[in-house]
Design a protein. Structure first.
Length: 74
């Protein structure tokens, strides 16, 4: 017999999962920024690419939030 989750339990589990996406995106962007701060020319472009990939992870995070939960417009 399967047990159904309430909306609050489902939201709490989703918060835990999406929090990992947020942390991963911030760490990737931080590492990319660190690479951009270093002074060599190739590290600047590599850091920019890493920074952009971190932003993509954060956009995926946003899309999952919007798709999973209906936000009430006030």
């Amino acid at each position: 017999m399967k047990r159904r989750l309430t909306k609050k339990e489902e939201f709490d589990i989703m918060k835990l999962v999406l929090d990992k996406f947020l942390l991963l995106g911030v760490f990737i962007m931080g590492y990319g920024f660190w690479k951009m701060v270093e002074y060599t020319y190739t590290d600047l472009w590599m850091g920019l690419l890493i920074l952009i990939s971190g932003a993509i992870v954060l956009v995926i995070f946003m899309m999952l939030l919007v798709r999973e939960y209906e936000f009430i417009k006030r």
